[in-house]
Design a protein around this ligand. Structure first.
Ligand code: SF4
Ligand code: SF4
Ligand code: SF4
Length: 476
């Protein structure tokens, strides 16, 4: 594969250090002043600013232990790559620092009270969309075993707290795969911009925008499931149910802090309307339910129709390797006209809690190399391979959080719970009515009634996005 010239980008980095050895080390040198001193060593805590849409620093609780600084620098390769000061803090909003802080001095930004205010406002229609990982996290707050798969109780509790409609973001995970698999097939046929990187993790997308803008063409243009869900709620769903999109408050319930940042991206709005208005985490949903005395275990309910059905492929989106497995299922079907064999359905090589995994699969006459990783320290190795032309992969999945979204910072804390959540989503996939997004009847309906063909003009308009070079954030 062709080596990509860095000259253009290096030119912007006046502190470029040719001796940098690893990954974004060539940018880490930006953190040095003219005397060579590392400016960021002055910081014993992360100077998170009030404007950060996802992360809050409670300075009065901070013991200045430096654990958050280390986590950000080591795991996500962000802190130390730029000149941090009280007004300049670069952040991809992953929340890894929150997990490192034992003092509770870092949290996700809370928005659950905004949701209750919207619910209490009779002029609004408040719609919840729930991400796959929430259903294997929320039970922890109500005395259930970690990793319990809680679906009907969770939906019923959302209705009891006052949401007018409750939808499944797994539906849009299916939609994402329809588009991403189609995009992969096209890239392979046309032999352009290989490998295709996944784009469903906004922390990862922002990392590429900041540190590897030359590789933006390799990111799938498909929006994340939460962004697709927002676009469809305010258009297709509103149309089907006779709702005025301007009266809708769409709330995404996710395991993720970075989604709070993602919904602020201008490039995701449609005709000036934001698809998702508020993002809350699993932790915040639990707070909301408790504030309104809703006992999760006593409630039961089902998702609303039109955007409430999902395949097993959508369910495993929460797991590391899940997006890859889901995409390959539909790519296989698209290429061969048949569903894949069992070994490709499960693709054990890309499952589990290794930060970097790989597999080779054969689909018809095509052999594909795929890689799956989490945390930017692992992604960096792959990004460097693409930069220097030695990357052998066709498809690369990257998530910021350990284990994927099931390990997101918005979930109940405890890394020992991650594998249990992964297993629970895998079991739900195996027990699903269908394990293929292309067999989800609501997905078929949305393409017939609204979107037209996969990758067609309407699908492009609603489901795809553009990315921007954000490397200037490092130079302030
Ligand atoms: S980990 Fe927490 S207590 Fe330690 S420096 Fe960071 S914010 Fe402060
Ligand atoms: S959210 Fe992620 S990128 Fe931002 S400061 Fe924390 S660890 Fe660093
Ligand atoms: S891996 Fe998932 S939970 Fe973590 S930052 Fe990315 S999208 Fe959010």
């Amino acid at each position: 594969m062709t080596k990509i010239s860095r000259r253009k980008f290096i030119g912007k980095c006046v502190f470029y250090n040719a001796s940098a050895l690893l990954g974004a080390g060539w940018l880490i040198s930006c953190a040095k002043d003219s005397s060579g001193a590392t400016m960021d060593s002055e910081w014993d805590y992360l100077p998170i600013q009030n404007e950060n849409p996802a992360i809050a620093l409670w300075r009065e609780k901070c013991e200045e232990c430096g654990d958050c600084v280390e986590a950000c620098a080591e795991k996500q390769k962000v802190f130390g790559t730029y000149h941090a000061n009280a007004v300049n803090h670069v952040c991809i909003h992953c929340g890894t620092c929150i997990m490192a802080c034992e003092e509770g001095a870092l949290t996700e930004k809370y928005h659950w009270k905004d949701v209750l205010n919207a619910i209490d406002d009779p002029s609004t229609i408040v719609i919840a969309s729930i991400s796959p990982s929430v259903r294997v996290g929320i039970g922890d707050y109500f005395g259930m075993e970690p990793g319990s798969f809680v679906l009907e109780n969770m939906v019923g509790a959302c209705r009891a707290v006052g949401f007018d409609y409750v939808l499944d973001t797994n539906f849009s995970a299916d939609l994402t795969i329809m588009e991403e698999a189609g995009e992969l097939q096209k890239r392979i046929q046309e032999k352009v911009d290989i490998p295709q990187f996944t784009s469903c993790c906004p922390a990862w997308v922002k990392y590429v925008e900041i540190y590897y803008p030359l590789l933006l063409p390799y990111l799938s243009t498909a929006k994340s499931p939460v962004s697709m869900q927002g676009a469809m709620v305010k258009s297709y769903f509103a149309q089907k149910k006779g709702l005025n999109p301007r009266n809708i408050v769409h709330v995404a319930i996710t395991p993720c802090a970075a989604k709070k940042y993602e919904i602020t991206r201008d490039d995701l709005a449609m005709d000036g309307i934001q698809g998702t208005d508020i993002v809350i985490t699993t932790n915040e949903l639990a707070r909301m339910l408790k504030r309104r005395n809703v006992n999760l275990t006593a409630q039961k309910g089902n998702f609303d129709s039109c955007m409430g059905a999902a395949s097993g492929a959508g369910i495993i989106f929460g797991n590391t390797g899940g997006v890859t497995r889901a995409a390959l299922r539909t790519a296989y079907y698209n290429i061969t006209g048949a569903n894949p064999p069992a070994n490709l359905l499960d693709l054990q090589q890309v499952q589990g809690l290794n930060g970097l995994k790989e597999a080779q699969v054969t689909i018809g006459d095509t052999t594909l190399n795929v890689a799956v990783c989490y945390e930017m320290r692992n992604a960096q190795r792959l990004l460097e391979q693409v930069m220097n032309g030695t990357c052998k992969y066709h498809f690369i999945e990257v998530m910021a959080c350990k284990g994927g979204c099931v390990g997101g910072v918005g979930q109940p804390a405890g890394s020992s719970k991650i594998q249990k959540r992964i297993s629970a989503l895998n079991t739900a996939d195996m027990e699903a009515t269908t394990r293929y997004c292309h067999e989800n009847p609501e997905i078929a309906a949305i393409y017939t009634d609204f979107l037209g063909e996969v990758g067609g003009p309407e699908a492009k308009k609603y489901l795809h996005t553009v990315y921007n070079d954000k490397s200037n954030l490092l130079l302030k």
